[in-house]
Write a protein that binds this ligand. Structure first.
Ligand code: BGC
Length: 528
């Protein structure tokens, strides 16, 4: 069988038709509603206690940290109040052994240490002043609370929130696995380690990266429209959107600002349709899932996000390599190869190792439209030890990778389209666009990923080509920094409000007591 023919057959396995997109949207809407009604559903629909989005006028200096993938970022963000900000940051790779450590304090201790290093390096004056205050302080309350840095903690894993800075870890994703942390409050875990190092930092807000992206986009986006949705298409995938509180039927305990009637909901759509009612399921998807650390979970993510797409392509390629009737990455003699050299594949090639194919090569494959695919062929050599791949080999690889990438983009359209429909905004929208902020390596680096999403959106009933023109998908950089800072600001305002409310109550109480004394109705005071 010719290579080209087999390539087309494999690529066709990843086709995701308009009809399937529409079925997907209906199921997504159904699972969204289910998640708003009960806990324990596959779309978790987590209330975030964030009840409004910013408008660009917010000001102040905040700290933000970001744990969610391979790196840990610490940053300080100065919000200038005019839709702009200044950001200073440092980034370290998370040691692999800490991602699967035995005890939570090993990872969280490492994070606190990075915060200390950052403060000493970038905010030395503030840090030293704090140390001096600690040494000289004589009041029982210690130093004034306002001297403390408020920190927004972007923690991009599924967390059951119970307040703006409280939430228990439901499960790890993206290759992390520290069972000791599951079921614990991750803010408290970080605060404990920060306190152990005596740092002047209060964990003020717990933020999923999608919520950060939504906030950052809303702070910086052009025009007056408040952003509807923040989404990540990177190592993992997820989205958070603004929902009417009246639609959240499951109980939302604890304190939050009820005046807006809205709350940001973290969908955790990575786990959409874990039961596989409608998700496509090729033999490669099945194999990937079976060999993953969390079989049966994050089934949408396993078909959409950067961490998994490379592995799907790898499994398809290995399948083709095993097929004796086609000739992929091998030619009988060099005369068949336009580079006049015999194709070989190293026995140690990472093609033969689980996770050995990084999704970044898919972007290179999609971008290389040169007549002989020279960039892709060089990359096959560099990344996968495939030497002197022929033009036909490169084309086969490109087609399979494209099919996997395109299916991911169309599935992404399902999630985005369903949320747009759920918001009812298309019916309301005047001239203002429906704004969506996105971030992550796929949307940033995979050529035409956004265009393929738009193509999917146009195919959705209730959106169509006209509706899709009203949807504005824009990159929101630094959501985990700026967004987290914005939520730390909201949290600080809430704290002030609570203190203000308390003082008002106290004042009213005292006034009442005094007027009772004058009216002669004062209750007798008991002295214990
Ligand atoms: C996590 C989400 C996160 C997403 C993007 C997923 O694996 O469950 O919480 O938002 O990755 O980083």
């Amino acid at each position: 069988m010719a290579l080209a023919e087999e390539t087309s057959r494999i690529a066709a396995l990843f086709e995701y038709s308009d009809e399937e997109v529409n079925k997907g949207v209906l199921e997504f809407l159904r699972q969204m509603k289910e998640g708003l009604q009960h806990d324990g559903t596959s779309l978790s629909q987590i209330p975030t206690y964030v009840t409004g989005v910013p408008n660009g006028t917010e000001k102040g200096l905040y700290l933000a940290v970001d744990l969610g993938g391979t790196n840990f970022r610490v940053c300080s963000v100065h919000l200038n109040g005019d839709t702009t900000f200044n950001l200073t940051y440092s980034k370290v790779a998370i040691p692999k052994e800490l991602m699967v450590a035995e005890h939570a304090h090993q990872l969280f201790g490492f994070l606190a240490k990075q915060i200390e290093i950052f403060l000493r390096t970038h905010h030395g004056d503030h840090f030293d002043a704090h140390i001096r205050r600690r040494q000289t302080v004589s009041t029982p309350e210690g130093y004034r609370d306002e001297q403390i840095f408020r920190l927004g903690f972007t923690f991009s894993f599924p967390v059951q929130q119970s307040g703006i800075n409280k939430g228990t870890l439901m499960r790890w994703t993206k290759g992390f696995d520290i069972p000791d942390a599951v079921g614990k409050d991750v803010c408290a875990l970080l605060q404990q380690e920060i306190d152990r190092l005596h740092l002047p930092v209060k964990v003020a807000a717990l933020v999923n990266d999608t919520v950060g992206t939504l906030m950052a986009r809303s702070y910086t986006s052009p025009g007056k429209t408040a952003t509807l949705l923040g989404a990540i298409f990177g190592t993992g995938t997820n989205g958070a959107y603004v929902e009417k509180v009246s639609n959240i039927k499951k109980p939302v305990g604890g304190d939050y600002d009820k005046s807006t009637g809205q709350m940001v909901v973290n969908t955790e759509w990575g786990s959409f349709d874990n039961q596989l009612n409608i998700l496509p399921n090729t033999s490669y998807d099945i194999e990937l899932d079976k060999k993953s650390v969390n079989p049966g979970i994050q089934m949408f993510e396993k078909r959409v996000s950067g961490m998994f797409l490379g592995e799907i392509v790898r499994l398809a390629i290995v399948d083709m390599l095993k097929n004796p009737s086609i000739s992929l990455f091998r030619d009988e003699n060099s005369s068949q190869n336009d580079w006049k050299s015999t194709t070989t594949i190293g026995a140690e090639s990472s093609v033969f190792q689980q996770w050995g194919l990084d999704s970044s090569i898919m972007s290179i494959a999609a971008a290389d439209n040169t007549p002989d695919f020279s960039t892709l062929r060089q990359e096959l050599e560099k990344q996968l030890q495939v030497y002197a791949a022929s033009r036909e080999d490169a084309l086969a690889f490109k087609k399979v990778a494209y099919a996997v990438g395109r299916r991911a983009a169309r599935l992404s359209a399902v999630a985005l389209g369903a949320i747009v429909l759920q918001s009812g905004k298309l019916k309301e929208a005047g001239d203002e666009p429906i704004d969506i902020g996105v971030d992550g390596s796929l949307v940033e680096h995979y050529p035409f990923f956004r265009d393929m999403i738009y193509e999917g959106l146009s195919a959705i009933e209730g959106i169509g080509p006209e509706g899709s023109k009203k949807i504005r998908i824009g990159i929101a950089k630094d959501g985990s920094g700026v967004g987290a800072a914005l939520i730390a600001l909201v949290a600080a305002n809430m704290e002030r409000k609570t203190v203000g409310d308390y003082l008002n109550r106290l004042r009213n109480d005292v006034a009442q007591k005094i007027s009772n004394v004058f009216a002669g109705t004062a209750e007798p005071t008991t002295v214990a």
